[in-house]
Design a protein around this ligand. Structure first.
Ligand code: DGJ
Length: 721
C-alpha cells in the first residue's frame, strides 16, 4: 500500500518505489515529519522522536521538532508554511490535527496545472486536515503518492471556516524538515541567455532563499531546489528535490536551525502574494513535486523527466515525435516580406525540415519592437496574402506552418492600448514602467482574458497553423489591477497566473492538434506549470553551441529533452560572436527538439550539406532522444568536456553525444563512461559496425577520437544486438 496509517503508533507511511515519507501525529505537538529517504519496509519510525529531545531549552517545541506544517507566533522561528493574519492584526496560527482520509487516485487542482493520472490506480492520496481553533482556518495538506513514477506531490487547500476575514501571508506548498546540517544546495540560476546554470553551495548555518518576485518563474532562478550530501554525484548518493508546478513568483528555501537540522520548502512568494480569505472561501496552493533519489542527481532527473514527460505534458503532442522546424527570427528579425519567408522555407524543405515558423513582426506595424503588441492583425505590407496566404504557400511546399504570438503584452503604441489604457497592470497615478517598450495586460481581469483568447483563436481559425510560439518578454512592475479593491491588490500576481492558465487552457483545448511552444525571452518561464499547457519551451535565446552545453545540461536537472527547443543558428553567433562548425551546433541541438534559426540560403554548399546530414541524423535518433531515458555523463560546468546519452524505450537504441570545448595540444585520450546499459548485452556502433559489451562501455569507457581545433563533437548511435 502506498499510504498506510498505523493507528496505534500514529504513523503515516507513504511509500513510492524507492522512497518512504513518514509523518507522525504527536499528541501535543501536532503533525511531525520523521523521515523522507530510502524506502523502509514499514513505518516503525516513531523511535526517532528521541532525537528531538524536548527537555528544557531556550527554544520551544515547534522550532525543535520536525514540524510538518510550521506556522508563526507559536514558537517556530523560520519561514512558516502557512500563516494567516486576523482582523485584529496578529498572525498567530496554531494548527492541530482534525482528521485524515486516504483514497485512490489524485484530485485535479481547480484552475492550476498539476500532475495528472490516467487511472485511479496510478496514485494514492492522503489528505490530513488541520485546524486553528481560534480563527477557524482549516488546512488540508494533500499528498499524492505516485508509486510507479516514484514521486510525491504535495499541495495545500486552505479554507476559512471561521467568521472573520483572514489574510493568508504564507502558503508554502511543501516544507520538509531533514535530519542534519551537512547538506549542499543545488539550484538553477541564470539570466537572459544564461539560463539554468547549475550552482552547488554548502548550506552552512544559514538560511538560503531561491526565489522570483518577477511575476514569472524567471531566468534568474528556476522553481527547483535540491539538497544533497557532499558525496552526492551524478550517479551516487542521496538527493532530496522539489519543483513547483507554477509559472509565477515563487520562494524556495533551505534553512538550518540551531539544532543542526535543515528544512527545505517551496511555494508562493510571500513578498508578492497575500490573499484575502473571507468566511467560507478557500485557497488552493500550487502543487510541489517531491523526488528523493538514492542514485544521485541522474536518478533525481530520471524521475522528474518521466513525470514531466508523461504526467505533466498533455494532449496530442505528448507522445508524438516533434517536427524539425526552421524559425526566421535570427534570419530576418523584423525585416522580412513574403518573398523572403518563402525563400527560407523552400531552402529548408530541400534539406528535409518539416515546419516553418514565422516569428515576431507579422502584425500591426511592427518593424521594430516598439509597437503593435495586442493588435493581432496581419501586416499586409509584409504579407499581402495575409497569414492564410503565406501559410497555404508554405503548406504547398510540404511544410507545416507555425506562428509567433506574445499574447500577454500590449504596446503603448497600439490600437488595443489606445482603446483600453486600463487593461494593463498599473497603479493609478503612477508612471507605467515599460520594458522592451511594452506593458503587461492585466490577465487577472476576465474581460482581458476573453480578449486574448478571442484574439489568438481568431488568427488560429483563419489559417492552417500547426504550431504556436507563445512568447513573453518582460517581467512585472506595478503588478496591481484597476479591477480590484485595495485590500486585494497583493493578490494580483497570483490572479494573473490563474487568468493566464485559463487563457492557455481555453486556447490549447480549442486547437488540440496545434503544437504549442512556450518562450519567455528564451527560457524565462521554463517550469512544469507552463509545460502542462505547452509541451515544449524555447530553452534560451542563446543559441551558441558552447553556451548551450551548460544551459541544456542545467535544464535537464528537472526537464526532459522533449521539453527543450534547441536550434542551429548562424555564425558568428548572434549572442556571443563565437564561430563553431555546423556539426558542433547540430550535435548540441540534437539533444532537444531540433530546429534551425538562420537563413539557409546564406550558407556555403558544404555548410548546407552538413545541415542536410544533421536533419537526417536527427530523424534517425529523435524517437530515442525525445522518449528515451536521458543521462548526464560529463558536466560542462566541471571541465573541458561534456557528454550525455539517451537510451530508447526498451533499451535497444542508444545515442551518445560528447563534446569538447577547447582544443588541447598533445592531448591524452578522453573516455566517456556510459550508464544504465545492459552489462551483459553487446552494442553495435552504427557508424563503424564495431560492437562493445555494455559492461565495457560503462566501466572501461569509450575513447573519443582525438579532435583538432576548438569546439568538437561526437555523436554515436548504438544498437543492442
Ligand atoms: C524573444 C524570443 O526568445 C525570441 O526567440 C524571439 O521570438 C523574440 N522574442 C521576438 O521578439
Amino acid at each position: 500500500m502506498p499510504v498506510c496509517f498505523d493507528e496505534e503508533k500514529k504513523v503515516f507511511h507513504l511509500q513510492g518505489k524507492t522512497f518512504s515519507y513518514c509523518l507522525y501525529l504527536h499528541p501535543t505537538e501536532g503533525l511531525l515529519n520523521l523521515y523522507w529517504g530510502s524506502r523502509l519496509p514499514d513505518g516503525d519510525i516513531a523511535y526517532l522522536l528521541r532525537s528531538y529531545w524536548t527537555a528544557a531549552s531556550f527554544d520551544l517545541p515547534p522550532h525543535r521538532m520536525p514540524t510538518e506544517l510550521p506556522t508563526r507566533g507559536t514558537g517556530y522561528f523560520g519561514t512558516p508554511a502557512v500563516c494567516a493574519q486576523t482582523q485584529q492584526g496578529n498572525d498567530v496560527t496554531r494548527l492541530t490535527y482534525v482528521n485524515h482520509r486516504i483514497c485512490a487516485g489524485k484530485r485535479k487542482l481547480s484552475g492550476l496545472p498539476a500532475v495528472y493520472t490516467e487511472s485511479d490506480d496510478e496514485a494514492t492520496t492522503l489528505v490530513i486536515t488541520l485546524k486553528d481553533e481560534l480563527t477557524g482556518l482549516t488546512v488540508e495538506a494533500e499528498y499524492a503518492v505516485l508509486e510507479t513514477l516514484d514521486a510525491l506531490t504535495r499541495s495545500l487547500r486552505i479554507v476559512n471556516g471561521g467568521k472573520e476575514r483572514l489574510t493568508l501571508t504564507h502558503m508554502q506548498s511543501a516544507s520538509v524538515p531533514l535530519y542534519g546540517e551537512d547538506y549542499e544546495l543545488i539550484n538553477l540560476s541564470g539570466a537572459w541567455a544564461r539560463e539554468r546554470q547549475v550552482v552547488r553551495t554548502p548550506v552552512g548555518r544559514a538560511n538560503i532563499r531561491v526565489e522570483s518576485q518577477r511575476g514569472a518563474s524567471g531566468h534568474e532562478q528556476n522553481p527547483f531546489i535540491a539538497l544533497v550530501k557532499k558525496h552526492t554525484t551524478e550517479d551516487c548518493g542521496p538527493a532530496w528535490a522539489m519543483t513547483l508546478v507554477y509559472s509565477g513568483s515563487f520562494l524556495a528555501t533551505s534553512e538550518v536551525n540551531n539544532f543542526y537540522n535543515t528544512r527545505m520548502s517551496i511555494g508562493l512568494n510571500p513578498e508578492v502574494c497575500r490573499w484575502q480569505l473571507d468566511p467560507g472561501e478557500e485557497f488552493q496552493t500550487p502543487e510541489a513535486i517531491l523526488v528523493y533519489s538514492a542514485e544521485g542527481l541522474n536518478g533525481m532527473s530520471h524521475r522528474f523527466h518521466e513525470i514531466v514527460r508523461t504526467r505533466i505534458v498533455r494532449g496530442a503532442w505528448r507522445d508524438r515525435v516533434r517536427p524539425i522546424l526552421i524559425n526566421n527570427w535570427e534570419a530576418t528579425y523584423f525585416g522580412f516580406n513574403e518573398e523572403l519567408i518563402l525563400k527560407i522555407a523552400k531552402a529548408a524543405k530541400e534539406i528535409g525540415v518539416e515546419m516553418f515558423v514565422l516569428d515576431d513582426g507579422w502584425f500591426g506595424k511592427r518593424d521594430r519592437d516598439n509597437c503593435s503588441l495586442g493588435d493581432w492583425v496581419v501586416d499586409r505590407r509584409k504579407l499581402p496574402g495575409g497569414i492564410e496566404g503565406v501559410a497555404r504557400q508554405v503548406n504547398e511546399m510540404g511544410l507545416r506552418f507555425g506562428l509567433w504570438f506574445e499574447p500577454e503584452m500590449v504596446s503603448p503604441d497600439s490600437d488595443l492600448y489606445r482603446a483600453h489604457p486600463d487593461w494593463c497592470l498599473h497603479v493609478e497615478g503612477r508612471a507605467r514602467t515599460e520594458a522592451r517598450q511594452q506593458l503587461i495586460l492585466d490577465l487577472s481581469r476576465k474581460e482581458v482574458q476573453d480578449y486574448v483568447i478571442e484574439a489568438v483563436c481568431s488568427v488560429l481559425r483563419s489559417a492552417p497553423i500547426g504550431y504556436v510560439k507563445w512568447d513573453m518578454n518582460r517581467n512585472m512592475t506595478e503588478y496591481f489591477s484597476g479591477d480590484q479593491t485595495p485590500d486585494r491588490q497583493m493578490e494580483t500576481q497570483h490572479r494573473y497566473m490563474l487568468g493566464l492558465y485559463r487563457v492557455m487552457e481555453e486556447i490549447t483545448s480549442a486547437f488540440p492538434e496545434v503544437l504549442f511552444e512556450g518562450c519567455s525571452g528564451g527560457g524565462g518561464r521554463f517550469d512544469a506549470g507552463f509545460l502542462y499547457y505547452m509541451p515544449q519551451f524555447w530553452t534560451s535565446d542563446d543559441t551558441d553551441a558552447v553556451e548551450r552545453l551548460g544551459i541544456q545540461y542545467g535544464t535537464s536537472f528537472v526537464y526532459p529533452p522533449s521539453a527543450m527547443g534547441a536550434h542551429v543558428s548562424a555564425c558568428p553567433n548572434h549572442q556571443t560572436g563565437r564561430v563553431t562548425s555546423v556539426k558542433m551546433r547540430a550535435d548540441v541541438a540534437l539533444g532537444g527538439n531540433f530546429g534551425f534559426e538562420l537563413d539557409l540560403n546564406k550558407l556555403t554548399p558544404e555548410e548546407l550539406e552538413a545541415c542536410r546530414e544533421a536533419v537526417e541524423t536527427v530523424k534517425s535518433v529523435r524517437e530515442t532522444v525525445q522518449k528515451g531515458q536521458f543521462t548526464r555523463l560529463d558536466s560542462p560546468f566541471e571541465g573541458n568536456n561534456a557528454a550525455w546519452q539517451f537510451v530508447g524505450e526498451g533499451g535497444r537504441d542508444v545515442v551518445l553525444c560528447a563534446y569538447q570545448k577547447m582544443a588541447v595540444p598533445n592531448p591524452g585520450c578522453h573516455r566517456v563512461f556510459m550508464r544504465g546499459l545492459d552489462a551483459q548485452a553487446r552494442y553495435r556502433d552504427a557508424a563503424s559496425g564495431e560492437t562493445y559489451s555494455g559492461a565495457a562501455l560503462m566501466n572501461a569507457g569509450l575513447p573519443l577520437r582525438p579532435a583538432r581545433g576548438d569546439y568538437s563533437s561526437w555523436v554515436y548511435r548504438f544498437e543492442r544486438v
